[in-house]
Design a protein around this ligand. Structure first.
Ligand code: 5GP
Length: 114
């Protein structure tokens, strides 16, 4: 069995995070290294999908819930508009292989992509 990722440790409360939304299927928390005034990660609780492509194929409804959560968070914590980023694969900058969405909002600089 693969070693658990940092996100599983956050879900299990083994390491702390600033949690901004949680339900049975999703958790969202602020990124430890924010790339925008608001930078929240929205993460399905299940570790079974390594990236958004696997998630979309395996549980498209859950992917839809992640998008809805992103909008709710951007409305609550920013002005409502947001950028959604799914780094997919190592060469694209993915470092945590547990599917997740970056939700970025606020005044985005040139180097704002996570
Ligand atoms: P990826 O590079 O895989 O798309 O995104 C992983 C994200 O997780 C990065 O933006 C990184 O800053 C964030 N991250 C890594 N470790 C932690 C942590 O321990 N706590 C929080 N809140 N975010 C983390």
């Amino acid at each position: 069995m693969a070693e658990s990722t940092v996100f599983e440790k956050i879900i299990a409360r083994e390491i702390p995070a600033e949690i901004v939304l949680e339900n049975d299927r999703i958790i969202a928390f602020t990124d430890i290294a924010p790339k925008a005034p608001m930078h929240v990660l929205v993460v399905p609780k299940t570790p079974q999908y390594r990236d958004v492509v696997e998630l979309a194929a395996g549980d498209p409804e859950l992917l839809g819930e992640i998008v809805q959560a992103a909008q709710a968070i951007a409305r609550e914590r920013a002005e409502g508009d947001f950028r959604l980023v799914f780094n997919t694969g190592e060469l694209a900058g993915q470092t945590v292989f547990h599917a997740h969405a970056h939700v970025l909002a606020g005044t985005l600089g040139e180097d704002s992509l996570a």
